[in-house]
Write a protein of this length. Structure first.
Length: 136
């Protein structure tokens, strides 16, 4: 075993102190359950719930909003032209995502992107409600 000098011990201690809160935040995150009337219905069984908004430090964007798109079992979001660039995360459930040039399946924890002006379509594959979280 290698010996640890004082500088290495201090660096390890600072790193541990900096990373510990991230594990606490990740462990405490829970999926929000929405009622049947929360948000705005965009298709039968598909609702958009605005979670929050804030300023963006990204030069191309003035502000950012986080939304949850909640799907009931068997729901389908028809092909839509995206108004904004988005990075989407599947926070619960399983989906088939269809784009103009490809189709793929995603499950909880997976991510995908949508480009402004391109089309996107989503169908839930789960037997219970599911959610896609997206900043836009």
């Amino acid at each position: 075993m290698k010996t640890m000098n004082r500088r290495s011990a201090i660096a390890l201690g600072l790193t541990t102190a900096a990373v510990a809160p991230l594990f606490t935040l990740a462990a405490s995150a829970k999926i929000k359950k929405y009622g049947p009337k929360e948000g705005k219905e965009i298709a039968p069984g598909v609702r958009v719930v605005e979670v929050g908004t804030g300023n963006a430090d990204i030069p191309a964007y003035k502000s950012i909003a986080i939304i949850d798109v909640v799907f009931q079992p068997g729901a389908h979001a028809p092909q839509t032209v995206m108004d904004n660039d988005m990075v989407c995360t599947i926070t619960s459930g399983a989906f088939t995502i269809k784009k103009a040039d490809k189709e793929f399946k995603l499950k909880t924890g997976d991510m995908y992107t949508c480009s402004k002006g391109k089309t996107d379509e989503a169908t839930i594959q789960a037997r219970r409600s599911a959610c896609i979280a997206s900043p836009y």
